[in-house]
Design a protein around this ligand. Structure first.
Ligand code: SF4
Length: 455
């Protein structure tokens, strides 16, 4: 029996496979409690003095819960828990700086959440000042903030500008009111447009919109219509994600009507409709799920083969060191990964007692580094020279060339081709890049953790 090699057949066969997004390798479910505060202190002490580091600050609070949410966040209508958290976060900034032993050079700061703009303007500026004191911020430091347009105030926009905002990422998801009601996130086109105009005035020269497909009641038409309206606002970038329905891990997702969710083929058709709309509007497709205007730094990095992948997705940030601050924040050093306690109470208790809040992590082996490089290049460039990477990491190429059952199937289906040591993903099957990357994941299937569908 021959297999169905039409796009529909391919989507049915591979598309529902649950796979990681490969924003790191190994992926977070491999982290273990073997790595604790002592190991982290040790890793911080070895950070390069000359190479600037990046910072990620996590603000795990929102005013209301979006039912599709996959982030670590807590709903709070009160300001007191947020203020308490910020006090602890500033303490952690000092503790980390002391462990490094100097004011580390920093050239990128990313505030994520949750909703970072839930802070009051003066609290945000105070937190930024504490970073100024603890780190040596580059004169051209990139300051990126995730924004919820529904709650952004003009005062907060001004504060972001004063702090030196350069990039903003706005949650948009879908402009379809039926979809918005089904995910408990009502957001008008005007709210999004006003937020964008304000942030531009405040100095953000690169703005990203997040869109989602695969949401309840979403259709190909409504996904394309959202993309059309959003593209007309001309943000520099889009990140387009598939909704990951994992109600076992995210209990609030049980409020989503499963009967209103599309299957693999429908999800794929929605993703393609968004992509076609954005490309027709002048955006370039970057990696698996990002789009950028041709002059944007992400497009330029893609042209130069300098695109990178980290916990925020595709990035131009190639720094070896990412310092994660806040509950659940993940950091990456050249020797491995560390993650803080996810529970805010436990994180706060440990930091307040003068201890780092590392609860788990991972120390990379030489083979991990080689596989991480193969997976990153595949995710960014859709091709990789296995020989080059094996040589760079001092391993025989056979370790990578050794095909597994999935790679054999992908080769047989024409989804990838192997020319010498050069592995290339077929252009029209790029949406299966996570399946291709998974062929080089030595730990896949060990964690038992459920990931998002691959298409
Ligand atoms: S605003 Fe973002 S982080 Fe907060 S609940 Fe909604 S999706 Fe989650």
């Amino acid at each position: 029996m021959t297999s169905d090699t039409t796009t529909g057949g391919i989507v049915s066969r591979y598309g529902e496979t649950r796979l990681p997004r490969y924003t790191s390798y190994p992926t977070a479910p491999r982290f273990s409690s073997v790595i604790g505060p002592g190991s982290y202190r040790d890793l911080l002490g070895k950070i390069s003095e000359t190479e600037p580091a990046s910072l990620y600050l996590h603000v795990p609070f929102c005013r209301s819960m979006c039912w599709y949410c996959g982030c670590h966040t807590t709903i709070s209508q009160k300001d007191a828990p947020i203020l308490d958290y910020l006090t602890v976060l500033k303490r952690e900034v000092r503790l980390v700086s002391e462990a490094i032993g100097r004011r580390q050079k920093v050239d990128t700061i990313h505030f994520g959440g949750g909703t970072p703009t839930i802070m009051k303007p003066e609290e945000f500026l105070d937190l930024k000042q504490s970073l100024d004191r603890a780190f040596q911020l580059d004169r051209t430091v990139e300051l990126a903030v995730e924004i919820d347009p529904r709650t952004l105030t003009p005062e907060m926009t001004d504060a972001l500008g004063q702090a030196g905002l350069t990039r903003a990422s706005l949650g948009v998801q879908s402009f379809d009111l039926k979809v918005q009601k089904a995910i408990n996130r009502i957001q008008t086109v005007e709210q999004t447009a006003d937020a964008l105009a304000g942030l531009r005035n405040a100095g953000a020269d690169s703005i990203n919109f997040d869109l989602i497909y695969g949401l309840p009641h979403q259709t190909v038409n409504s996904a394309a219509e959202t993309a059309r309206i959003a593209a007309a606002m001309r943000p520099e970038r889009f990140a387009v994600f598939g909704y990951a329905h994992v109600p076992t891990f995210k209990k609030h997702q049980r409020l989503i009507d499963e009967n209103a969710l599309g299957d693999g083929r429908q999800r794929h058709a929605q993703a393609e409709a968004i992509a076609e709309t954005l490309v027709a509007a002048g955006y370039r497709r970057i990696g698996l799920d990002h789009f950028a205007l041709p002059g944007d730094a992400l497009s330029i990095a893609a042209d130069r083969g300098e695109l990178h992948r980290n916990f925020q997705g595709y990035t131009t940030d190639g720094s070896q060191t990412l310092i994660g601050l806040g509950a659940s924040a993940i950091g990456r050093m050249s020797e491995g990964y560390v993650q803080n306690d996810v529970a805010i109470g436990r994180y706060a208790q440990r930091i307040s007692s003068g201890e780092l809040a590392t609860s788990k992590g991972y120390r990379l082996t030489g083979e991990d580094r080689m596989r991480a490089s193969v997976i990153e290049r595949l995710m960014c460039d859709f091709e990789v020279d296995l020989g080059d990477i094996a040589q760079r990491f001092g391993h025989p190429v056979e370790a990578l060339r050794k095909t597994n059952a999935m790679l054999e199937t992908l080769l047989a289906d024409g989804i990838v081709s192997l020319n010498g040591n050069n592995l290339t993903v077929d252009t029209k099957h790029r949406f299966l890049i996570r399946t291709v990357a998974s062929c080089f994941d030595a730990y896949l299937g060990e964690s038992g953790r459920t990931h998002a569908a691959a298409a």
